[in-house]
Design a protein around this ligand. Structure first.
Ligand code: ZN
Ligand code: ZN
Length: 295
């Protein structure tokens, strides 16, 4: 990790990242490195679900963005096939690996995310999720904690309450809510938040985790069903185990990648949002079907 002494920004250095195969650019590999039978193409397994035949698998990233002692970078293959993106067992593994990284870097900051499609930063077609832990909390997160400390109570609980009053809720059941953030950086992003207020996903109740997961799975289905199976998106799982109690509220965020980061964003660090929140919520609502029960 390097720090720019002029801007104060930290940057990870993944010196082997350039050697990654890119199936979106070069076409599918002859033998998909994440499919059953090709396990030898990945670093040693860290965890799996399934005995003789695995259904979910986790291993260190072969081309890491960060390495110990500055952090760690893992891959979770959510399913043995290419036809499903979000699975209940895959999400069980998200929690397990998140907890493992949190223990390994007790003062650091782990994050889970999914990149799907070249536009969203993916290079391998097989559905997968990644976990990165950095040994120090990012500057942006320190700033969020400071801001939350200055307020009264959890700002996310307040935002969920306001979303109901402002017509920004897309779907809600007894454990979780899907809504559009009024002041989000992204025009079409959907936030899937548990109603239970908890700092970190690995400490969430089972109902909160599977409830939010069911909304995420439904939202991804809506996205791919309406915008096409090749639609690029990211899933972010913001969670902050070391924040002060009541200053953060873990959640899932689905970000359709309808726009790229262009010159203004790179120059300013400021995003340009392309849709008003009510417009975005209304569009999501028209497409959304509430899932029956947990994921
Ligand atoms: Zn595959
Ligand atoms: Zn909260």
């Amino acid at each position: 990790m390097i720090r720019d002494s002029i801007t104060g920004e930290y940057t990870l250095v993944g010196a082997t990242r350039g050697a990654r195969p890119n199936e979106y650019r070069d076409g599918p590999s002859l033998g998909c490195p994440f499919c059953p039978g090709n396990e030898a193409q990945t670093p040693p397994e860290l965890a799996r679900i399934g005995e003789r035949e695995w259904r979910v698998r986790a291993f260190a990233n072969k081309y890491p963005a960060v390495v110990p002692p500055e952090g760690a970078h893992e891959v979770i293959v959510d399913a043995p096939t290419h036809d499903v993106e979000i699975t209940r067992e895959g999400m069980e593994m998200w929690r397990e690996r998140y907890g493992a990284l949190r223990e390994r870097f007790p003062h650091g900051w782990p994050v889970l995310f999914k990149n799907r499609g070249a536009y969203a930063g993916a290079t391998i077609l097989h559905p997968h999720t990644q976990a990165i832990a950095v040994a120090r909390r990012p500057v942006r997160w320190e700033a969020m904690t400071q801001a939350a400390r200055a307020g009264a109570g959890c700002p996310w609980c307040a935002e969920i309450h306001a979303a109901r009053e402002r017509g920004l809720v897309v779907a809600e059941h007894d454990a979780a809510i899907a809504y559009v953030r009024e002041n989000s950086r992204f025009g079409w992003a959907l936030t899937l938040a548990p109603l239970e207020c908890s700092l970190s996903l690995d400490r969430a109740s089972e109902a909160a985790w599977t409830g939010a997961g069911a909304l995420l799975a439904a939202a991804v289905e809506v996205l791919l069903g309406n915008l096409g199976a090749a639609s690029p998106f990211n899933v972010l799982v913001p969670s902050d185990p070391h924040a002060a109690p009541g200053t953060f509220h873990w959640h899932l965020e689905l970000v359709p990648r309808l726009a790229t980061l262009a010159g203004f964003e790179l120059a300013s660090g400021m995003f340009i949002r392309s849709a008003l929140p009510q417009e975005s919520a209304e569009r999501w609502r028209r497409m959304f079907t509430l899932p029956h029960g947990p994921l």
